[in-house]
Ligand binder design. Sequence first.
Ligand code: SF4
Length: 314
Amino acid sequence: MCAVTETAGPTELDGRPRRRPALSPSRAGDFKQCPLLYRFRAIDRLPEKPSRAQIRGTVVHAVLERLYELPAAQRVPAAARSLVEPVWGELLEQAPDLLAELFSGPRDPELAEWLASADGLLDAYFRLEDPRRLEPEARELLVETELESGLLLRGYVDRIDVAPTGQIRVVDYKTGAAPRQVAEARALFQMKFYALVLLHLRGVVPTQLRLMYLADSEALTYQPDEAELRRFERTLDAIWQAILTAGRSGDFRPNPSRLCDWCSHRPLCPAWDGTPPEYPGWPEPEGADGTAGAEHRPVGACAGVAETLVDRSD
Ligand code: SF4
C-alpha cells in the first residue's frame, strides 16, 4: 500500500533521493493565503497538532486506497468499514503519540464514536461511485515534474483512472465539509496543479478532474483545457518567484484573515502580538532538507496511512 511514484525531469537521471526545493499545491496555497504561514510550515517546519478531523481524513484516504487492493467483487461498504480499525492501528504504530494527542486514552468513549464517524464518510463514498466497476491505474501516486523555468512540482494524487480510450481522470477525495468559496478555489487549484503535472509527464491533458466531497456525498467535476493549464503554469512560476524572493530576504509577511482562527502558529505570529523564531534561511537545493514546499507524507516509509496531516484536513 505504499505510494508509487511517477516523475520526470533532469533529477530522475541521477537516481538519488529528491531533495530540491519543490512546490506542492498545499504549500502554494499556504503562500497565497499567508506568506508567514508558508514559512512556518515549509521552512521552519514547525510541528502542528493534528485534529481529529485531519486524522480521520488520513484514515479514510488509506482505507479507500486499500479497498482497491481487494478483488473487485469484494469492494463493498462492509469491507471498507472493516478496514478502519486496522488502518487506525497501523497509524498508531507509526505515530504512537497520536492517541494521547487526540483522546484521553484507548478507553475514551469518544474514540469509538470518532472511528464510527469514518464509516459515515465511507458510506458516502459508495453513494458516489461503485468501486466494483473501477480499476484505477494508480492510487496515492507521487508525481513530480520540472517546468521549463526550473520549478519542480511535486504532489500526491489520490487516484488516477484511465479509460480504454486513454482518457485520464484525476480523482481527489475530500473528507471535510462541502466546498465553500475558499475551499473550492483551493481544491480546484490543487486539481489544476495535478493536471499540469500529468500534462508534463504524459503529454496529454486529463479529461476530467473529479473532487469527491464525502461529508456531503457530493462530487464536483471539472474539464481542464491545455491553454488554461499553460496559463496556470505561468501562475505557478509567479508564485514560486515570489516565494524565492521572500526566501532570500526572509520577509514572509503575515496576512491575517478569518483563517487565522485555524492557524496553529498564531502565538508566534506578529499579527497577533507573537514573535516568530529566527529565520533559519532558505534551504539549500541539495542540503539536508531541501523539501521546502514539498507535499509532506511523514511518519514511516509507507505513505498509505501516515500521510500528511495538514493536507488531509479538507
Ligand atoms: S495567524 Fe494568521 S497571519 Fe499569522 S501566520 Fe497564521 S495565518 Fe498567517
